[in-house]
Design a protein around this ligand. Structure first.
Ligand SMILES: Cc1ncc(COP(=O)(O)O)c(C=O)c1O
Length: 454
C-alpha cells in the first residue's frame, strides 16, 4: 500500500520533534482523523500546554470542551490514582461498585428536571446518543426522530443519522438509520425561515415543525423524540432565541414526544449552569452528557426521567461503560465544578464575552459574537454587511493564533469557538484576547492587501 499523507501539514512548519512525530503518525494513524493544526503535546497543566519542542500555548479549546477542570487537575489525578490502585474494571453491566452508584446519585441530584432520574453510563458522547435513541424508542413504542440542521450528535450510525453538520461527515456512509427528519435550528444570525430575524423566531421554527411535519408529512404519533443541542456546538455555537425552548417543550407535551437535550458539549457547568437548557426555563425528558463529565477520562451518561427507564435487564448494556477510574475522575470533577468552577465559568465567561464584543467593534472580520458562560462563538465574515461567511479567513485566524501560542478551534463553516477550561482566570482570558486581537489585525491587513491587489 502506498503511504498517503493523512493530514496536510499547515503552512507553519512545526519544529523538529513535532515534525518527526507527525511523520510517524501519518504512517500508522487513520487518515480520517481531521486534525486542526500541528500541535504535538508533551504535557499540560490547567490552561497551559507545552509541545514536544518546549513551546507554550494557552488553551482555549480543551480538547473540544473536555478538560473542564483544566489539564491534569491535581484532585482529579489523585482520584484516578486512588481508584486505579483499588481496581480498574469489573463490568457494571454484571456487577456493582460504589463509585458508579455515587456518581449516578450525583447526576440524579443535578438532573435538570424535578422528577426522579436514572442513569446509564457509556464511554463517549456518541454512545450516549445511541443509548438515548434506543431508550426513546423503547419507552414510547414510536420509531421516528426529529433533529436540527447544523447539529452534531456523533459519528456512529444512529448518532450520525441525527447529525447534520458537515457533508464530509456523512459522505460515503449511506444508508443511515431511517426515520430522522431535520428541521432548521433557530439561528438568529442566519435565519433560514425568515428574511431577517424577529422576536418570535423560536416560535417560527416550532410552528414549522407542527404545520409542515406534524400536520403534513410526519405523523406526530410516530415521533419518539426531538434531539436538540441547547446551544448548537460543532454547528457554530448558536444560542437559540428565548422563545424557542418553551415553544418546543409545549409542542412535545401536546404530542407526547420526548425532548432529548444533547448536552455532550454544553453541559457540566460550561455555560455557568449545570446544563445549558436550564437557561431557557424548560425541563427535558432525557439528557445526554460526556466530554467535560470526567475532565478527560472517557465517560458518557444518559440521565432520563425514571418513568422512562422501563427497559428490561439485557435490553441495553456496555462492557466498559461506567469504568470505575472514569467515575472517580468524574466525582472529583463534579466536586470542583460545584465548589467554584461553575461560578468562574459564569463570571470569567461574561468577561470574555464582553472582551470579544469589544474586539468586534475594532475588527470588521467578526460578524457576530454570542455565547453563554465559557461557550463563546465568533462568526468570521469577509463582508460584515452582507454577512458573507469566510471559511478561509477563519482557518487563517486559527492557524495564526496557533503560531502565536493560542489554541483555538473552528466550528461550523466560519465560526471560532472559545471553550476554555472552567478554571480560566480573568488574566488568562485577557491574554487570550490580546493574542486574538493581534492575530485579527494581521489577518485583516493581509485580507485588505489581497483585496487591493486582486
Ligand atoms: C453535542 C454533541 N453530541 C455528541 C457528540 C459525540 O461525542 P463523542 O465524540 O464523544 O462520540 C459530540 C462531539 O463533539 C457533541 O458535541
Amino acid at each position: 500500500m502506498g503511504e498517503t499523507p493523512n493530514t496536510q501539514l499547515p503552512s507553519s512548519q512545526p519544529a523538529l520533534r513535532a515534525q518527526t512525530l507527525i511523520e510517524r503518525d501519518r504512517v500508522v494513524l487513520s487518515p480520517s482523523l481531521p486534525r486542526s493544526y500541528a500541535l504535538v503535546i508533551d504535557h499540560a497543566q490547567g490552561a497551559d500546554v507545552w509541545d514536544v519542542d518546549g513551546k507554550h500555548y494557552l488553551d482555549m479549546m480543551t480538547g473540544i470542551a473536555v478538560t473542564s477542570t483544566g489539564h491534569s487537575h491535581p484532585e482529579v489525578v489523585q482520584a484516578i490514582k486512588d481508584q486505579a490502585e483499588k481496581f480498574l474494571h469489573i463490568c457494571l453491566a454484571d456487577f456493582h461498585y460504589e463509585v458508579a452508584v455515587e456518581l449516578a446519585e450525583k447526576l440524579v441530584e443535578i438532573a435538570p428536571f424535578e422528577e426522579d432520574a436514572q442513569v446509564f453510563f457509556t464511554n463517549s458522547g456518541a454512545e450516549a446518543v445511541e443509548t438515548a435513541i434506543k431508550l426513546a424508542r423503547y419507552a414510547t413504542g414510536r420509531r421516528q426522530f426529529i433533529a436540527f440542521q447544523g447539529a452534531f450528535h456523533g459519528r456512529t450510525i444512529g448518532a450520525l443519522s441525527l447529525t447534520a453538520s458537515k457533508f464530509r461527515q456523512k459522505e460515503g456512509f449511506f444508508p443511515l438509520m431511517p426515520g430522522v427528519t431535520h428541521v432548521p435550528y433557530p439561528d438568529p444570525y442566519r435565519p433560514s425561515l425568515v428574511d431577517s430575524c424577529c422576536d418570535n423566531y423560536g416560535e417560527v421554527i416550532v410552528n414549522y415543525i407542527e404545520s409542515k411535519l406534524f400536520n403534513g408529512m410526519l405523523p406526530a404519533s410516530d415521533v419518539a423524540g426531538i434531539f436538540v443541542e441547547p446551544i448548537l456546538g460543532e454547528g457554530g455555537y448558536v444560542v437559540p432565541p428565548p422563545d424557542f425552548f418553551p415553544a418546543l417543550r409545549d409542542l412535545c407535551d401536546r404530542y407526547g414526544v420526548l425532548l432529548i437535550a444533547d448536552e455532550v458539549q454544553s453541559g457540566m457547568g460550561r455555560t455557568g449552569k449545570w446544563w445549558a437548557i436550564e437557561h431557557f426555563g424548560v425541563e427535558p425528558d432525557i439528557v445526554t452528557t460526556a466530554k467535560g463529565l470526567a475532565s478527560g477520562m472517557p465517560l458518557g451518561a444518559v440521565i432520563a426521567r425514571k418513568s422512562l427507564m422501563t427497559w428490561k435487564p439485557g435490553a441495553h448494556g456496555s462492557t466498559f461503560g461506567g469504568n470505575p477510574v472514569s467515575c472517580a475522575a468524574s466525582l472529583a470533577t463534579i466536586r470542583l465544578i460545584e465548589n467554584g468552577l461553575m461560578e468562574n465559568a459564569r463570571t470569567v465567561g461574561e468577561h470574555l464575552l464582553e472582551q470579544v464584543a469589544d474586539l468586534m467593534v475594532q475588527h470588521p472580520l467578526i460578524g457576530d459574537v454570542r455565547g453563554l458562560g465559557m461557550m463563546i462563538g465568533l462568526e468570521i465574515v469577509s463582508d460584515r454587511d452582507a454577512r458573507t461567511p469566510s471559511h478561509d479567513l477563519r482557518d487563517r485566524i486559527v492557524e495564526r493564533a496557533f503560531e502565536e501560542g493560542l489554541l483555538l478551534l473552528g466550528a461550523g463553516d466560519s465560526i471560532i469557538r472559545l471553550m476554555p477550561p472552567l478554571m480560566l482566570s480573568k488574566e488568562q482570558a485577557d491574554t487570550a484576547i490580546d493574542i486574538l486581537d493581534r492575530v485579527l489585525s494581521s489577518v485583516e491587513e493581509e485580507h485588505r492587501t489581497l483585496a487591493a491587489v486582486g
